[in-house]
Design a protein around this ligand. Structure first.
Ligand SMILES: NC(=O)C1=CN([C@@H]2O[C@H](COP(=O)(O)OP(=O)(O)OC[C@H]3O[C@@H](n4cnc5c(N)ncnc54)[C@H](O)[C@@H]3O)[C@@H](O)[C@H]2O)C=CC1
Ligand SMILES: O=C(O)C1=N[C@H](C(=O)O)C[C@H](O)C1
Length: 333
């Protein structure tokens, strides 16, 4: 049983009401100085330990480029193909010394089939857009290519169903930064062990991302689900979403050089009588934490698929399901 002791003195309410500026929503010290985590490997560009072909879908975008660069610097074989939501793009993207050819939607099934013929052990990593999540996943499932889905949004239940129905392999997470994944895993554990511990507490959530982000933070939604299991009350419509660069700079405290790529999250809980408050935040500048985590996710998935295929060959009566729906915990297993 979790015991919540009364604080020595009354705490004032949430920081963004308390102060004009979001002082509590501090800038991260430095992304590369991620908190030491004894059970987690650090997100440095170490070799992947295995090598396999990797196709990054979304190389026209910021995450796609970051993941493709991280994959090549980790010694994976980047398949020089990616897709776009637009036809007749006739474009290549330079990743290191590789020219990645971009194809429009009408070519994607044929091109992906050819890639699979040439590289049967290819892993796809998807960083596209929320409205492409389900159609892309359906294509990967139809062609039986294992995939890492980093793209947030879409219909998540349908996404899981597509993978399960097709018996394909997939690793799906709205958050690929391993240290944030660990925080989320801890939240899920607490929620499971102490359901209702925060009954009646009010939850306030603020998330700030680059102006181009189309959807509400998928990570925030996952963390909120844990607070709700803990009994906190939250109205999704009251989530504070900041996309305005001016506000990010002056109110949230995002460093100017990261206005184009940051993910700041603040969760504030207040007890029904206002005598207790809790605050959690995770603030990320840049994209390297996700890019490195995505490569680790692809390596993890590749090894799992290999292991399953090996088991299928060795064990004639293969009882375990060949479909993996691996969510947040990929790095802990
Ligand atoms: N899981 C995680 O840890 C993270 C997830 N994300 C998510 O990744 C997604 C992409 O983020 P960014 O790269 O920042 O966005 P972005 O807007 O820079 O890039 C997305 C790219 O995908 C392209 N695209 C759209 N539909 C497509 C389709 N059907 N096929 C191929 N390409 C398509 C767009 O034209 C664009 O170039 C978002 O959903 C974001 O929330 C972002 C960071 C971390
Ligand atoms: O779009 C982003 O940038 C991010 N998206 C993910 C999300 O929606 O949770 C992860 C992180 O917040 C960065």
């Amino acid at each position: 049983m979790l015991s919540l002791r009364a604080p020595p003195r009354t705490l004032s309410p949430s920081p963004w009401r308390r102060r004009g500026r979001l002082d509590g929503f501090a800038a991260p010290r430095c992304v590369s100085a991620a908190p030491p985590a004894t059970t987690l490997e650090t997100a440095t560009a170490r070799p992947a330990g295995v090598s396999f072909p990797i196709l990054v879908n979304g190389c026209t975008g910021k995450m796609g480029v970051s993941v493709a660069e991280a994959a090549t610097s980790r010694g994976l074989h980047l398949v020089p193909v990616s897709f776009s939501s637009r036809e007749n793009l006739d474009k290549t993207i330079q990743i290191g010394d590789i020219d990645v050819e971009i194809y429009g939607p009408s070519a994607r099934e044929d091109v992906l089939s050819s890639v699979i013929d040439e590289f049967p052990d290819v892993i796809v990593v998807d960083y596209t857009a929320p409205n492409s999540v389900n159609s892309n996943a359906e294509l990967y499932c139809k062609l039986g290519v294992p995939f890492v889905m980093g793209t947030t949004g879409g219909d998540q239940q349908l996404l899981y169903k597509s993978v399960q129905d097709s018996n394909n392999y997939a690793l799906i997470s709205p958050q690929m930064g391993k240290q944030v994944v660990a925080f989320l895993a801890a939240m899920e554990t607490i929620a499971e062990q102490f359901p209702g511990a925060f009954s009646g507490y009010r939850l306030e959530v603020l998330e700030s991302h680059q102006a181009g982000k189309l959807d509400t933070s998928g990570t925030a939604k996952a963390v909120i689900a844990c607070f709700e299991k803990l009994g906190a009350v939250f109205d999704m419509d009251r989530m504070v979403k900041i996309r305005d660069p001016e506000q990010q700079l002056y109110m949230v405290g995002v460093p100017e050089e990261h206005i184009e790529g940051h993910a700041f999250h603040l969760y504030h809980l207040t007890s029904p009588d206002d005598s207790v408050s809790f605050e959690f935040q995770h603030n990320v500048c840049g994209r390297s934490i996700y890019a490195e985590g995505s490569v680790d996710a692809a390596v993890f998935l590749y090894k799992k698929v290999c292991l399953c295929l090996l088991r299928t060959i060795v064990v004639t009566r293969f009882t375990c399901s060949s479909c993996f729906l691996l969510s947040y915990y990929f790095f802990l297993i």
